[in-house]
Write a protein that binds this ligand. Sequence first.
Ligand SMILES: Cc1cc2nc3c(=O)[nH]c(=O)nc-3n(C[C@H](O)[C@H](O)[C@H](O)COP(=O)(O)OP(=O)(O)OC[C@H]3O[C@@H](n4cnc5c(N)ncnc54)[C@H](O)[C@@H]3O)c2cc1C
Length: 401
Amino acid sequence: MSQQVIIIGGGAAGYFSAINIAEKHPDYKITILEKAGKGLAKVKVSGGGRCNVTNQRDNPSELTKFYPRGQKQLHLVFKAFTTSDMVRWLSQRGVDTVAEADQRVFPVSNSSQTIIDCFVNRSYELGIKTHYHTAVKAISTDSGEWIIETNQGKYEADKVIFATGSTPSSLNILSDLGLEITPLAPSLFTFNIDDPRLHNLPGVSFENVHIKVVKSKLEESGPLLITHWGLSGPVVLKLSAWGALELKERKYDFGVLINFVPGLNQEEVRSTLQELKTTSPKKKTMGAVQFGLPKRFWERMCATAGILDEQQNLDLSKKQINKLIEELTQGLYPVKGKSTFKEEFVTCGGVSLKEVSLKTFECKRFPGLYLAGEVLDIDGITGGFNFQACWSAGWVISENI
Ligand SMILES: Cc1cc2nc3c(=O)[nH]c(=O)nc-3n(C[C@H](O)[C@H](O)[C@H](O)COP(=O)(O)OP(=O)(O)OC[C@H]3O[C@@H](n4cnc5c(N)ncnc54)[C@H](O)[C@@H]3O)c2cc1C
């Protein structure tokens, strides 16, 4: 008799699992249950509507470094299906992709709709049924069979793929079953900082700074952007992902030390500033932008160090130079709260990875129940890594179900 497979959740992980299972097992009867009126809603809005579908880095050892949760466990998973496999998978189904300079991969069309069309059309060709407006309320198992209770009545299945994302209500269904859930926490956010040194500078950006969280081991380097509310950019997002749990515990109230000239040590900065006094003594310090810093930011730093608009390099005092060095190499900024990054709400937490075998994504305690996507306690930093975790899980499930 053919196997009945129910996929709970028509998102990235649900659709990708469904298609790959159907391609490998044409005799299986596959149904996706989706509570909304449409599937793939997050794919639609992803990457600002362009869908950052994966990343160009494809070596599992390198790739796992982008996952604050799941790093160790994903190695095996990426060996089975990595980013270049996804690029090939899409290409074989008519979707060409392109990698940007920072290695993020997008469909050539620059539209997330291309990915949605590919998934929806392929699932239709394969005879996968999708039942919309069908919200799953509970699941249970009896003598190897699964019973799925929904607002539209009961379904029965031999295998269940649970791919609902990480909403508290969907995690409750699994905790009712007895699975261990790691509490949820936001893992992609920007830092709120109300500090006069940043006022009226939104849009000012830096190619590379180093940020260290005070009283923590957290530190990262990378591009930084000043916003209306504080600080954003890749370096902040990396800190928010790696520090998701720690910063939540600290109630998003902590200090950061920023080095705006990370390639130089304090003595090198000092000698550059000292030299100004002899090489261009008559020049105004405010106008003599140093270290490739944005002009407006340099002027703000000079003002913070007590350097007057008209002051010449010749008149730079030791105290001013010391203050400038301090501000440039270890400026202390108080973070009070967080903001969502471009509506991109990613959470860490979910079903503990102890509950599943990463060789199959099947629950160790519940044979026939598979978990994929954000419902698991896996999350990546921004760059196409979160989707890749969905694609790899879906593939592995299809190989083993
Ligand atoms: C604005 C935004 C932009 C993003 N951009 C990117 C990006 O460019 N690249 C990237 O890698 N990641 C991105 N992410 C993260 C990425 O979207 C998620 O990691 C990914 O969608 C998770 O897929 P999933 O299938 O696990 O869950 P989801 O995509 O959330 O899908 C779960 C589905 O299950 C359904 N569902 C939930 N509960 C039930 C229930 N009880 N019964 C039936 N159905 C249910 C939901 O309606 C939903 O359709 C972005 C996230 C956001 C919010």
